[in-house]
Design a protein around this ligand. Structure first.
Ligand SMILES: Nc1ncnc2c1ncn2[C@@H]1O[C@H](COP(=O)(O)OP(=O)(O)O)[C@@H](O)[C@H]1O
Ligand SMILES: O=C(O)C1=C[C@@H](OP(=O)(O)O)[C@@H](O)[C@H](O)C1
Ligand SMILES: [Mg+2]
Length: 425
């Protein structure tokens, strides 16, 4: 008689799990069930005692709580002071371990962040900060300064640490939906170095453990300053891999970690389309979304809703500046979401402040249609300034903002095919 095989059951324990990436990550790491458990503080002890699981990941705010509920702790978990992975052993007892340590270590490796003999500023003093501190200590950082809101080293007196060479953010500042916020200004840190080849080299690296959005305010500023930087997704995936290895008693390659990071980056990232008015952003965007099975959002469609009047009326009654203010507000709300195809208004590049909004969580696709094929119908800017004038003013900005360029000079479905090819590279 055939014996029915049931899959082992793992999962994630936390209080609010939102749209956690963990089930998707674990589905790519092994053949097991992975469930989400949102549990209130008073119920955690009972959940652990009675829980029907072969192992667990643990997240905020229970990484310290579960330490007392495990039968045994690994040395790493004891040293760091929190548990993110629980393994049920053969005799049924629970072993508490910490794979965030491995995750952060992996993040430093893939970001090429060599902290040995360097001064590091760590923003935050919570659970993630403790893990980060342990890794930095083991890697021989010369000085580790922990910044908190009210401690001895805080955001008021952070200037005394502008000589730090690395910054690690472990706070939730900048995390969705508060994006693109940033906990600190990086410029004074960068400026402490010598000016070489036109850029200050005081900062060697910036790491953000936040992974949604893909680029927090901190990452976007590091990028502008030319400072090497990396955000938290490889850490999330690597800690999951290490947990999965403990549960399955087998090794998983770093290749798989990289593949998962790439897949989630693409799926969660937005495809943000810019280009001249009537260049085909709405047309190509909606077809591309259909092809990818994604939601399509046309910023221009949401502006009348936000303003209570049509785009033509905003321009006629309130002027361009008022239109730009509403456009920025709507663009910010839409672009912080995930996994969308977004068509922007043609003038989005006229406001420098919109750059971060477009780039925080996506790839910017510049759609270029030959000027002679562009039309002005109903487009206030194209009518008043004329298409050649707009093209002259905006051309350099379109080129600077676009991460990839796609020509819209063929049948729309052919253009969508070209866009997909470039996106999947
Ligand atoms: N590849 C194409 N082939 C034929 N017509 C196109 C193509 N791309 C755009 N159009 C047409 O050009 C006009 C403007 O396109 P639209 O998508 O509204 O531009 P945008 O959103 O950039 O202002 C529409 O009438 C659309 O049908
Ligand atoms: O170029 C511009 O400044 C504008 C372009 C329009 O969007 P399309 O590019 O979709 O026409 C719309 O946002 C508004 O009329 C302003
Ligand atoms: Mg449009």
């Amino acid at each position: 008689m055939a014996v029915s095989q049931t899959k082992p059951v793992y999962g994630l324990l936390g209080r609010k799990l939102g749209h956690s990436y963990s089930p998707r990550i674990h589905a790519m790491l092994g053949d097991y069930e992975y469930r989400l458990h949102e549990v209130e503080p008073d119920d955690v002890a009972a959940f652990i005692r009675e829980g029907d699981f072969a192992g667990l990941n643990v997240t905020m705010p229970y990484k310290e709580t579960v330490m007392d509920l495990c039968d045994k702790l690994t040395d790493a978990a004891k040293k760091i002071g929190n548990v993110n992975t629980i393994v049920r052993r053969e005799d049924g007892t629970l072993l508490g371990d910490n794979t965030d340590y491995y995750g952060f270590s992996h993040l430093l490796n893939v970001g090429h962040m060599s902290v040995t003999d360097r001064k590091v500023v760590v923003l935050g003093t919570g659970g993630a900060a403790k893990t980060v501190h342990a890794v930095l200590t083991d890697r021989g950082a010369s000085e580790i300064v922990m910044i908190s809101r009210t401690g001895e080293n805080n955001y008021e007196n952070i200037a005394q640490h502008y000589d730090a060479r690395f910054i690690v953010n472990t706070t939730p500042v900048g995390m969705f939906p508060n994006c693109p916020d940033s906990p600190i200004d990086l410029e004074p840190f960068a400026r402490t170095g010598e000016l070489r080849e036109g850029r200050a080299d005081g900062l060697f690296g910036v790491v953000d453990v936040v992974y949604n959005p893909a680029r927090t305010g901190l990452m976007l500023q590091a990028e502008k300053l030319g400072v090497p930087h990396i955000s938290g997704l490889p850490m999330l995936v690597a800690q999951a891999k290490a947990a999965s290895e403990l549960w399955q008693h087998k090794q998983i390659s770093n290749e798989i970690v990289n593949e998962i990071v790439e897949k989630i980056t693409f799926e969660e990232g937005n495809i943000v389309i810019i280009g001249m008015p009537s260049g085909g952003k709405s047309t190509i965007g909606s077809l591309l979304a259909k092809q990818l099975g994604r939601e399509f959002v046309d910023i221009d469609d949401h502006i009348p809703e936000a303003a209570g009047k049509s785009i033509a009326d905003i321009f006629a009654e309130d002027g361009e500046e008022a239109f730009r203010a509403i456009e920025t507000q709507v663009t910010g709300e839409v672009c912080k979401r995930s996994g969308l195809v977004i068509a922007c208004g043609g003038g989005v590049v006229t406001e420098a402040r919109n750059y971060d909004l477009l780039h925080q969580n996506g790839i910017v696709l510049l759609l270029k249609r030959p000027l002679e094929l562009l039309v002005s119908d109903g487009r206030p800017m194209s009518i008043t300034k004329g298409i050649p004038g707009l093209a002259r003013d905006r051309g350099p900005k379109y080129d600077a903002w676009g991460d990839i360029v796609v020509s819209n000079d063929a049948d729309p479905m052919i253009v969508v095919g070209h866009a997909l090819e470039k996106l999947q590279k």
